[in-house]
Design a protein. Structure first.
Length: 210
């Protein structure tokens, strides 16, 4: 099935023209006259992207970008606007927009932007699938194993973990074996890689033992 391009623009003539261009190029399209309309029936996770105007009645383009991000919608956004300025474009790109194009836009420029956005979507989807799989493995750990895992991946020695958790070094070794088995890894480096990918190394774990 062809990728689905969501066109959000309050200019009906522009929406129609862009839709015809994309359909002629083999894409499916969904049209919205406002950001509020899109939010009423948010896009699914099927391959696609969003072409989004900046200035619209009701919810503006940048606000919609924020709302979609909050909902975990990973479809790449290409902004199309007749009122672009550098601060606005910088904010949009920093917030994750794939591109920022000024109206009128040529067919070649638009189609190239859509192709880049779709390539970005595939990368994001694959990453999302991998992280979801890793998170599911970590979720199989017991609460105590999770404590041990958080300390192990920071390089804490078995005897230090045993002291901190008030148990024996032998028990910690047993926990480590169970953790490696549940996470389906063969080495500490692989376990650390999982923790890193899931953002678990961002802040120290455990209590402050001053």
């Amino acid at each position: 099935m062809a990728p689905l391009v969501h066109i959000v623009d309050d200019d009906e003539a522009f929406r129609t023209a862009i839709a015809r261009l994309l359909q002629a190029s083999g894409y499916r399209v969904a049209l919205y006259e406002s950001g509020d309309q899109l939010l009423k029936s948010p896009p699914s996770s099927e391959p696609g992207c969003i072409l989004l105007d900046i200035r619209m009645d009701g919810l503006g383009g940048l606000e919609l970008q924020d709302r979609l991000s909050e909902r975990g919608i990973i479809l790449p956004i290409v902004f199309l606007t007749g009122y672009g300025d550098i601060p606005t474009s910088v904010r949009a790109i920093k917030a994750g927009a794939e591109d920022f194009l000024s109206k009128p836009v040529s067919k070649e420029t638009l189609l190239a932007a859509v192709e880049r956005a779709l390539a970005r979507y595939e990368e994001a989807r694959e990453l999302h699938v991998r992280l979801t799989s890793l998170r599911a493995l970590v979720d199989t750990l017991t609460p105590r194993e999770s404590e041990v895992f958080a300390l192990v991946v920071r390089g804490t020695l078995n005897k230090q973990i045993a002291y901190q958790l008030g148990t024996s070094e032998r028990t910690i070794k047993a926990h480590r074996h169970s953790i490696m088995d549940k996470l389906k890894v063969q080495s500490l480096a692989e376990a650390v890689s999982i923790a890193e990918r899931l953002g678990m190394l961002a802040a120290p774990s455990g209590r402050n033992n001053k």
